[in-house]
Design a protein around this ligand. Sequence first.
Ligand code: LLP
Length: 427
Amino acid sequence: AQTVSRDGDGVVTVGGIPVTRLAEEYGTPAYVLDEADFRARARAWRGAFGTDADVFYAGKAFLSRAVVRWLHDEGLNLDVCSGTELVTALSAGMPADRIAFHGNNKSVAEIERAVEAGVGRIVLDSFQEIVRVAHIAQSLGKRQRVQIRITVGVEAHTHEFIATAHEDQKFGIPLAGGQAAEAVRRALQLDGLELIGIHSHIGSQIFDMSGFEVAAHRVVGLLRDIRDEHGVELPEIDLGGGLGIAYTSADDPREPHEIAKALTEIVTRECESARLRTPRISVEPGRAIVGPTAFTLYEVGTIKPLDGLRTYVSVDGGMSDNIRTALYDAEYSVALVSRTSDAEPMLVRVVGKHCESGDIVVKDAFLPADLAPGDLIAVPATGAYCRSMASNYNHALRPPVVAVHEGKARVIVRRETEDDLLRLDVG
Ligand code: LLP
């Protein structure tokens, strides 16, 4: 978050509010999201790409109605990947034509809902889906705007589980073997579809632009082949999301304007050499917008020094509110936020309260040696893929998202209650 500082007593304040007050009012663990920072990042992306391109925020990173309204205000579009994300977006007033619908196995009901609502595009992910969407659109008397998602065959330098452009995985239609060209052929023949472009998403938490360069080269190559074979120039290309953020000081992310400049230059250059009109570009950043805008506030419970190893600091949440460390070996930092301390730093591992040893929030970090139960600690950069991937493991109640803005805090997603969970248990 941007509006973070320490007050005279050493208490961290965010958006003008001390974390101690947030903990008292809303409890811990809690995700604290800085609205001004979110809006500033959304605006920076929008501004960087200008009016010749579209920015679709990837709702999977974190979606709530407040977020949808902020995006709407700031002129961004939205990428959803389930019927429920779609309903969330529509119910918060996002116009359907600014929504893109993704997924490798959208259900018939989800597709019907999206087509009926009039979403701006559906991103087709398989041969079955090409036929399915065409059929549904036609039976509803509509022509649905679609893109085809292809896998361009690049290895993005990121964790295996979040890399998506190599061919041996579930997303997209491979460029290799002429499969993507065949998908285009079929889509162009179907009356229910208006093929507007090609989509590529190479993976997540990427810093190196060379993967995008290769992807753009291959997508434009396909556009050229389509022109040569069918005499049509598709008007759009989407290069997906995946831009990395700083989880620790070791990461050095690029600014949106640098990314926009690089991507626009690559596409323009490739199109010039293929003698194509430059298509309208769109991108789908999720993490890069919401990731840095929130931190998780925890209360320290137990502290267990293990001689010669490290000290285990247990907090009142864990893998149920942040699965990323366990799942991707993700790196985070942590800070004592309810006071300052002059004590020596000690090597800690911040762990949760769940029943398994992989329940780690921060693998290696330093906290002051006088850390005590009741202290508040914060883990920054938890805005993306933390609340959205939260679980009820051990019947944990998922934490609230508290938005702070200009000295005011408000809950935008409330904490789950025991009643919420027990209501589902109808046996
Ligand atoms: N567009 C498409 C088609 C995607 O599949 C994704 C992410 C995005 C955009 C947004 O990517 P971003 O800019 O947020 O990196 N749970 C993982 C990340 C999974 C990303 C899935 N798709 C994590 O916590 O790292």
